[in-house]
Design a protein. Structure first.
Length: 507
């Protein structure tokens, strides 16, 4: 009941003319930037983060909510029309959406994705309203050992799930933790990794790290591969769905959030896994299995709904625990820190207007996205014709302006370029970017909680595992780390191994 009255107050904040304007601006900017090839919502938010410096925090986060969901919608548009996913969550949309577009059904694919985002976002945000305050109430009792355990779980889960190997995931996390160490030690005042530079004693701003790794790294990476040829965009008519398409899509739209929301709320790498699981589920349940891989509309509707619900799920752990489980959530956490606000269990008490205004604006943004983007799909498809050299030159320019605006120091541009080159090398060697961002943001906090826990226990390591909650979390971590070996011991896996050996021996 308290959640309902708080949400009504939130709508009072979100529906003021000025905040509605910021929501619409966010939706349009997010979609426009998300539509451009290779730019997902994380990069869109990182690129536009410096733009919001002069705004009131509530207005800024209402705009971010629009950018977040708009960027996700734009990413699926690029996947469907160009076969170039703007982000990893939109990869599944390309599998079925692009063949649909090539066969002249691009408008139906875009409509299925748009309504899927709307349905998933609405259901996911409703679950956020119901669950977030409860999680926040429970999280108030969590102590330093528990927080440290949760952060270790976030590190392990993100590095284990993402990327082509665990080693690469941990290497990326190590890069992030190292960048997070730069500056003064909060407890002793000692300089760390500053190389005698006074400008580095405050540490490297998270905004610069996010823009460098996402925007600069991606722009340099794409520029290095421009000569490999580019694909033209497919023309789009007005998006619409016939009776047959509606009959095939309404169930996937409703099933998507059931898979997407829980995965978004736990530290498991965001929307990649739920979109894949949703696709597999729809393929198994579909009466048109032969169409999968050639343009099955269920393969667009379900995963897109799951991705949108997953985005709402990520906000549960970010707002209540201060834990970002996706790249966008990590950049939004950086935005909170930029305003001196610390997400966590007390956020709902200290900043109720901001939190409930933000949650209400998610509902408003969803409606705006559907109303604006269905008619504007042909316009977005024209944006895809911007020549890549101009596009990425523009990104480099805006990223540099944004980084300079953070502190007004020339050294920020040098740091931005260095981090951009690190981002380029990470892409070159297949290192996922998200663990690095999470390492930068959570690293200093994890160190603080570790020291606090050890201080409470007079330096005894047992102080890290002296609560049932911490022991439970460490058990989950051990299972996560040992899973590849445990999987081989399962009866089914051993039987399959035996069959392979039998086949290999020519049995």
């Amino acid at each position: 009941m308290l959640s309902a009255s708080s949400l009504i107050d939130g709508f009072g904040t979100a529906l003021t003319p000025l905040n509605l304007l910021w929501a619409a601006t966010g939706v349009l900017l997010g979609t426009a930037i998300g539509v451009l090839p290779g730019i997902g919502p994380a990069m869109a938010v990182a690129l536009l983060l410096p733009v919001t410096y002069g705004l009131d925090p509530t207005a800024a986060f209402i705009m971010f909510a629009g950018i977040y969901y708009g960027g996700m919608f734009g990413g699926s548009t690029t996947s469907i029309l160009l076969n170039t996913p703007g982000e990893s969550a939109a990869v599944i949309a390309a599998i079925e959406g692009n063949p649909m577009a090539k066969s002249g059904r691009g408008s139906q694919a875009l409509a299925a994705a748009a309504v899927g985002h709307f349905a998933g976002g609405m259901i996911g945000t409703t679950l956020l309203v119901v669950l977030a305050p409860t999680v926040a109430d429970l999280a108030v009792d969590i102590g330093a050992p528990d927080y440290f355990a949760i952060m270790v779980l976030a590190f392990i889960a993100v590095t284990s799930v993402l990327g082509s190997s665990r080693v690469r995931g941990f290497a990326s996390l190590l890069i992030g933790l190292t960048i997070g160490l730069v500056g003064l030690d909060q407890m002793t005042g000692q300089q760390r990794l500053t190389f005698g530079s006074l400008q580095l004693s405050d540490g490297i701003d998270v905004v610069i790290v996010a823009v460098g790794l996402f925007a600069i790294g991606e722009a340099l990476w794409v520029a290095a591969h421009l000569r490999r040829g580019s694909q033209g965009a497919i023309p789009v008519g007005r998006p619409w769905l016939g009776r047959d398409e509606l009959r095939r899509t309404w169930k996937p739209w409703l099933r998507g959030p059931v898979i997407g929301f829980p995965f978004g709320a736990i530290p498991a790498g965001g929307a990649e896994i739920p979109t894949f699981l949703s696709y597999i589920t729809e393929k198994r349940l579909s009466k048109n299995k032969q169409e999968f891989g050639k343009g099955a509309i269920e393969g667009v509707a379900g995963p897109e709904s799951a991705a949108s619900a997953s985005a709402a799920g990520t906000l549960v752990s970010m707002l209540t625990l201060g834990l970002p489980t996706t790249a966008v959530a990590a950049v939004m956490l950086a935005a909170f820190q930029q305003y001196g606000i610390q997400p966590g269990p007390l956020l709902f008490e200290r900043e109720p207007e901001l939190v409930w205004g933000l949650i209400a604006s998610l509902f408003v943004g969803m409606v705006m996205l559907l109303v604006l983007n269905l008619p504007l799909a042909p316009v977005w498809s024209k944006l895809l014709r911007v020549p890549r050299p101009y596009l990425y030159a523009g990104i480099l320019f805006f990223a540099a302006v944004g980084a300079y605006a953070v502190g007004g120091e020339a050294i920020d541009l040098v740091i931005l370029l260095i981090i951009g080159l690190i981002g380029l090398m990470m892409r070159r060697y297949g290192l996922p970017v998200l663990p690095a961002i999470i390492g930068v943001i959570l690293g200093p906090n994890a160190e603080q909680q570790l020291r606090r826990a050890l201080q409470i226990s007079d330096g005894s390591v047992t102080g890290l595992v002296n609560t049932p909650f911490a022991v439970t979390v460490y058990t989950v971590i051990v299972v996560l780390l040992a899973w590849p070996w445990l999987k081989r011991l399962l009866p089914g896996a051993r039987r399959r191994e035996g069959q392979r050996e039998h086949v290999g021996n020519g049995g």
